[in-house]
Design a protein around this ligand. Structure first.
Ligand code: FE
Length: 236
């Protein structure tokens, strides 16, 4: 290390959870129960016809707005993985929803006021049901890093947001998938907010190499519970 190079402080030194709470959308905890009891809506069966209309053709391809339409800018990728329970058994028909920024780190959302352009061809949102072996797969482009305004403009590493809903889970589980070998991973307060190193490593996908379509593959498994549980974050 040269004399001018300052060592990067360990994330736990600079992660200030109180300040993190000030950022819109990144509250780390909140009161989740009403002040007084409310009458409970009775539950009823879901019925067999829910999922068909919920998943449409092309929902597993974030890199095109329409099936067969022009592709979004950026490194083509696919992400595959399995949703597993604590015993490693596959969870079938789990609803996996994903969303991400474009290759320049821009979300197509009114709250994203960064100056980067949006990509007219990027759908950026996807939705899949896991198969009988618990697997899911979607196509996309690698998202870019982006500054987080309001908190020292720290650069968030490339990541894909995940939401998982399945039988027996009363509230959706949310987490983020990171890409291996990204220097920003080492200094991201949200990723490094997972203090257990082994658990933190579970959030970094494994690179699988390139397929015949020229897409770089990533494996990201989601474990709902137990020792190898994927770190989940609070919903907001
Ligand atoms: Fe994000």
């Amino acid at each position: 290390m040269s004399s001018e190079t300052k060592p990067i402080p360990h994330p736990s030194v600079f992660v200030d959870k109180k300040r993190l709470e000030l950022i819109k959308g990144y509250r780390v905890h909140e009161k989740r129960t009403p002040a007084k009891p409310l009458p409970v809506t009775p539950s009823q069966t879901l019925g067999p016809f829910f999922s068909l209309g919920l998943i449409r053709e092309g929902d597993d391809d974030l890199a095109a707005r329409a099936v067969g339409g022009p592709r979004a800018e950026g490194l083509p990728i696919y992400v595959t993985g399995r949703v597993l329970d604590e015993d490693g058994k596959p969870v079938r028909k789990a609803l996996v929803e994903v969303w991400q920024a474009n290759c320049r780190g821009k979300y197509e959302h009114p709250d994203d006021v960064t100056p980067q352009p949006t990509d007219p061809n990027l759908k950026a949102f996807g939705r899949m049901l896991t198969k009988d072996d618990g697997s899911f797969r979607f196509r996309s482009i690698k998202p870019g890093a982006y500054p987080n305004p309001g908190y020292d403009n720290w650069m968030r590493p490339p990541h894909i947001h995940f939401s998982i809903l399945c039988a027996g889970v009363m509230q959706r589980l949310i987490t983020q998938m990171y890409f291996p070998g990204e220097p920003l991973n080492d200094i991201d307060p949200i990723l490094n907010g997972v203090e257990d190193l082994e658990a933190r490593a579970l959030l970094v996908a494994k690179e699988l190499g390139r397929n015949e379509q020229g897409e770089t593959g990533y494996e990201f498994n989601i474990v709902l519970r137990g020792k190898a549980e994927t770190p989940f974050m609070l919903d907001h």
